[in-house]
Design a protein. Structure first.
Length: 171
């Protein structure tokens, strides 16, 4: 099992590299997709790789990101693994591979956003979701608008709040 909480700070990393736990998976995935591409007609292969992307998006989001806690280095590493390795792997089949991994992409944004923005967003979401009547003289912030300001369009406020709780630097 990979330890996302024990990763060194990004400031300590000289040359980022694919995590060892993801390396073999990415190699096998690339090899299998290439084999299937050679065996199937183009329209059928398109359906296959899109389905694989859909399943991987759900797996990484639900089984890796939501089930772990992340220090700053762990958040950096998973973001690197996804954006610099998984997306380019699917970039062979589409101009915008990140469009097939929206949950994972946005989760990585939440995990890697700067601490000040994350704390502010955490406070806005807490007030909107748990304490809507805190001060009648203060206009409450729209949580959806706050998410959209951060480039988050797919994830719901409750999901983002859960992701923010996965960050050890905000505890």
């Amino acid at each position: 099992m990979f330890r996302w909480v024990g990763m060194p700070s990004p400031k300590e990393i000289v040359s980022p590299a694919l995590s060892t736990s993801a390396c073999e998976m990415m190699l096998v995935l690339r090899e299998r997709l290439q084999c299937v591409e050679q065996l199937l007609a183009k329209p059928l292969f398109m359906l296959v790789w899109q389905r694989v992307a859909e399943v991987l998006n759900a797996f990484f989001y639900e089984q890796v990101i939501l089930e772990n806690s992340f220090n700053e280095g762990g958040a950096f590493q998973i973001n690197f693994d996804i954006t610099r390795n998984l997306f380019p792997l699917f970039g062979q089949y589409t101009q915008k591979p990140e469009a097939y991994f929206k949950d994972v992409k946005e989760a990585c944004q939440v995990l890697t956003m700067n601490t000040g923005s994350a704390l502010l967003l955490k406070d806005v979401l807490y007030c909107a979701l748990h304490d809507p009547k805190s001060d009648p003289n203060v206009m409450p912030s729209d949580p959806i608008a706050c998410l959209q300001e951060q480039g988050l369009y797919k994830l719901l406020p409750e999901q983002v709040e859960h992701l923010l709780r996965r960050r050890l630097d905000l505890s």
